[in-house]
Design a protein around this ligand. Structure first.
Ligand code: HEC
Ligand code: HEC
Length: 345
């Protein structure tokens, strides 16, 4: 039928393009700039259960070790497996631009996540960091702690519409040097620019004594009391970008203190040290073409060595991954076409 009336069908296409263009303009996603944006103030909230929960969420973020750490008195509350705080990485109570801030996270979740190859909720994302960055256990969905995290994240996200693009979210997507990271050079950077706070042995500096649940003045970077090998921070590209724009403490995305090479090498030195190991990492990234090239645990599907996934060079891996994704896509399209053909007969 269509064959005999090409004009109307073309018109239909043009019309629907117009309609979708205007619909697009009407709800064009907002762009929110975090740098310079006022941080929501808990003190402005009227007293009551909502404010109490936001406050508890804030406490759980900056003093995680005191409420759900491995040294708290109440054994049932020992959810985190290390004495870090969420704010050890999510700096400034998770509001610092490009230090993985939570501002706007309520507007960008639920979202697709490659690690699960599925749509993930804010709660699942919180538990992702509980089980990896905090080397601990998932919080029950109906626990007061989970509700407090979600409420605090939602409070920080006030005024940011669902679907908005948040400038300052995540970390700066800086380029990696196209070479294997130099762990020896990284050790020198560490000694000169990190050890005064994090310690020559990477164990940081505790506030008080072992077992007091008071956490750290300077958190450890490796050893038993830190993030495990399944954490985002254990990926070299992620760690390089975090360190480049956030360390030494006081650095910001617009005032970094390290060169790209220094950040890359010192992050590699940090990740070359021992840390807790997470069980069953092989089930991560079920759609293998999605697996970040700097995930340094098997299976390795690009035909590259474990060493290259750990220390780079990454640009060739990114290229291989792109080719693999394109191949899979073409295969999928061919299969769909075949199925359609079979269906038409
Ligand atoms: C060792 C560092 C570290 C610690 C500690 C940590 N996180 Fe994270 N977190 C990260 C990194 C890195 C990312 C980004 C990872 C990614 O994109 O895969 C992240 C991402 C997140 C996100 C999603 C942010 C976004 O923009 O989508 C949430 C929510 C989150 N973490 C919650 C928590 C909570 C809650 C805690 C404490 C219980 C915590 N994190 C502790 C490193 C950490
Ligand atoms: C002046 C002290 C200081 C220096 C120097 C410093 N840091 Fe930090 N670092 C901190 C503090 C404090 C935190 C916790 C976050 C916060 O409070 O801002 C932190 C957090 C971190 C974290 C995330 C939390 C964790 O324990 O894994 C990493 C990774 C890190 N620093 C790496 C480095 C590296 C690499 C260097 C050297 C290039 C460095 N830091 C230099 C003080 C310092």
């Amino acid at each position: 039928m269509m064959k005999f009336c090409p004009i109307p069908s073309l018109m239909l296409v043009a019309m629907s393009a117009l309609v979708s263009a205007s619909a697009h303009a009407a709800d064009a996603p907002a762009v929110v700039q975090l740098a310079g944006r006022a941080v929501p103030d808990i003190q402005q909230l009227p007293p009551g259960p909502y404010r109490d929960l936001v406050e508890y969420g804030h406490q759980l973020t900056v003093r995680t070790f005191e409420h759900i750490g491995p040294e708290v008195q109440d054994l049932r509350k020992r959810f985190a497996g290390n004495n870090l705080a969420c704010a050890s990485c999510h700096q400034e109570a998770a509001t610092k631009p490009f230090a993985m801030p939570w501002t706007g996270v309520s507007a960008t979740f639920p979202q697709y996540r490659g690690r699960e190859d599925d749509i993930s909720t804010v709660e699942e994302r919180v538990n992702g960091c509980m089980e990896r960055s905090m080397n601990g256990k998932a919080l029950p969905l109906d626990s007061r702690e989970m509700k407090a995290y979600v409420t605090y994240i939602s409070f920080l996200s006030r005024g940011i519409p669902v679907g908005a693009t948040v400038e300052g979210s995540g970390i700066v997507q800086s380029k990696m040097p196209n070479r294997r990271a130099d762990v020896q050079a990284g050790a020198k950077v560490y000694e000169a620019k990190c050890s005064m706070c994090h310690g020559a042995d990477g164990q940081g500096m505790r506030v008080g004594k072992l077992g007091d649940a008071q956490g750290y003045i300077f958190p450890p970077l490796w050893g038993d009391d830190t993030f495990n090998n399944g954490a985002g921070m254990n990926r070299l590209i992620m760690a390089t970008r975090f360190v480049k724009h956030n360390m030494p403490q006081g650095s910001t995305f617009d005032a970094p203190q390290l060169s790209d090479d220094e950040a890359y090498d010192v992050a590699a030195y940090m990740l070359s040290q021992p840390r807790p190991q997470k069980a069953n990492l092989e089930v991560d990234f079920p759609a293998r073409y999605n697996k970040p090239v700097d995930s340094a645990f098997p299976p390795y599907v690009l035909g590259a060595s474990a060493d290259q996934h750990r220390y780079g060079p990454y640009p060739p891996l990114v290229e291989k991954q792109r080719a693999m994704a394109a191949e899979l896509k073409a295969l999928g399209a061919a299969e769909r076409a075949k199925a359609q053909e079979a269906g038409a007969k």
